[in-house]
Design a protein around this ligand. Sequence first.
Ligand SMILES: [Cu+2]
Length: 138
Amino acid sequence: MKRLSLAILLLSASYAQAAPLDISGAWFRALPGKLPAGGYFTAQNNSRRDIAITGARSEACGMLMIHQSSNKGGMSGMDMMETVKVPAGGQVSFAPGGYHLMCEGAKMKIGTRIPVLINLSDGTSVAVAFDVRGATGK
Ligand SMILES: [Cu+2]
């Protein structure tokens, strides 16, 4: 009996280590024509150490980058981000006007879901299904 509970403990510990980030509320804003699709989600770090999002990829995107919307002297633009840190026990939102994934060459249909792999600084990646919504976010 004691041996069994130890095995369960080890199993859950290794599972937590394999997926240090919980990703929720993931969606893409699909725009008409050749406009890129913005990807949004919330990343919750349930581990005791900082972890960074270092990239993402999806077969639905020709290129998938991490961007941060910026406003410099009234000029709005976007900066490329190498990494986005999610502090231990904290969360970071990718949302319109802030951090977002930028999907160039998007091949996605509104109302479907597409799989995305989000790469982390510990060398693991998290598979996340993104809802595809229209321009209004619905
Ligand atoms: Cu962008």
